[in-house]
Design a protein around this ligand. Structure first.
Ligand code: GLA
Length: 392
């Protein structure tokens, strides 16, 4: 078991037992892609793949962290002005700095010093938000170890600010929110403007979730992501002339966008219309799930993929291939690319009786086309960031 392994490594490295352990999950997203930073709706869920960490406060004035998966170590003082070098350690450093900023009382934060060993089973770069899981693990653990009384919403915002200020990705709120607040057996409908949310049951007996990781990792993912955000902001500034009260694309319906289509360059029109349609689709998906109408649900999922492919233009050939093959498979309700795009996973929704043959056939046809097998990732809906247990 992961936790036992981590505790053994902890003991070897730091010559004592950890105090507490915490786990933080990755996430999937049913629908509502690139809508979070437009302050629309998203429908993600936490998954049963986690990053787990064992922690103990120390009295040497250092944050000392060992990544069991990378076999790498970093240490820094919370007051250090420069972030450590390794990518994963920048997340830890960034979270610590954002906590310092939020608490705004050096008498409390300069004393933060602890040892940690962490590891996990969330596939990296597959679009399952291993980075949000890592941020939440550390913000949650530091908050608990030092009794800082930050709310879960504070911790979520600390994770997001870490991405913006220390990683250079201008992400929305979805990943950190889903990882922190996820609930077993349920998807989470989140309004990214008010941060109001509710849980909707997802019936795993009626529909199965199959993920295919294309293992494609395009280097342009983060730069194109930031460009999409800018395009959305630009569109808002143009359309504000006609609708002065709007402050994000969330505020516009498809009819309003159509009305002023000619004022927008074609590329911005595509971005805006995708966002308006995706928000509307998400609300219809919630209704369809509530009515166990998986046919309608699946059609909307496939439309989401087409929007991401042709209008938002964040898909790639391999994702399109898998989404098309899934859509044409009898017994698959619907499929689409998931997450930021330009690689990573497709999410497919299939009838339980065809799950096995679906997985086999799609893997084979992908292999025949690209000469590599996609990773088929088996996930269930898991629970949000949590404390595991008091150590003996
Ligand atoms: C990434 C970002 C999220 C969200 C998705 C696209 O996962 O981190 O905030 O924008 O892309 O839906």
């Amino acid at each position: 078991m992961m936790i036992d392994k981590l505790n053994i490594i902890f003991n070897e490295r730091f010559s004592c037992n950890p105090e507490d352990s915490y786990s933080s999950p990755g996430r999937i997203n049913i629908i509502g892609e690139h809508t979070d930073y437009n302050l629309g709706f998203v429908l993600p869920a936490a998954i049963d793949r986690y990053i787990t960490g064992s922690f103990k406060k120390n009295n040497v004035g250092l944050i000392r962290v060992f990544s069991a998966d990378f076999n790498e170590y970093c240490e820094f003082k919370i007051t250090d002005r420069v972030a450590p070098e390794m990518l994963w350690s920048k997340f830890v450093y960034g979270v610590a700095q954002e906590i310092v900023k939020k608490i705004a009382d050096p008498r409390i934060t300069t004393g933060i010093a602890f040892d940690c060993v962490f590891g996990g089973d969330i596939p990296l770069g597959a679009g399952l938000s291993s980075s949000a899981a890592l941020e939440n693990l550390f913000s949650f653990a530091i908050n608990d170890l030092y009794r800082l009384n930050l709310s879960k919403e504070d911790l979520i915002l600390i994770g997001q600010a870490t991405e913006h200020n220390y990683i250079g990705v201008n992400c929305g709120i979805m990943d950190q929110f889903a990882s922190m607040m996820g609930r077993e057996g349920s998807v989470l409908k989140l309004d990214c403007r008010s941060l109001d949310f509710s849980y909707l049951l997802f019936d795993n007996d009626k529909v199965r979730i199959v993920l295919f990781d294309t293992k494609v990792k395009h280097s342009l993912a983060s730069s194109e992501y930031n460009i999409r955000r800018l395009e959305c902001e630009k569109s808002v500034s143009i359309l504000k002339e006609f609708f002065p009260v709007i402050s994000s694309l969330r505020d516009l319906s498809m009819d309003q966008i159509e009305q002023y289509k000619d004022s927008l360059p074609d590329i911005l029109y595509r971005r805006c219309s995708y966002v308006a349609e995706e928000n509307a689709r998400l609300l219809m998906v919630c209704d369809a799930l509530g009515n166990s109408d998986y046919i309608t649900f699946g059609k909307l999922i496939c439309q989401s993929h087409k929007g991401l492919r042709y209008k938002y233009q964040v898909s790639c050939e391999e994702l399109d291939f898998l989404a098309d093959a899934a859509e044409n498979f009898d017994g698959c309700y619907g499929a689409r690319m998931m997450g930021g795009g330009f690689g990573g996973c497709t999410i497919c929704f299939v009838r339980p009786d065809v799950e096995e043959v679906f997985t086999k056939e799609l893997s084979e046809s992908f292999y025949n086309k690209y000469g590599t097998l996609p990773d088929c990732i088996d996930v269930n809906i898991g629970k949000g960031t949590h404390k595991i247990s008091q150590q003996p």
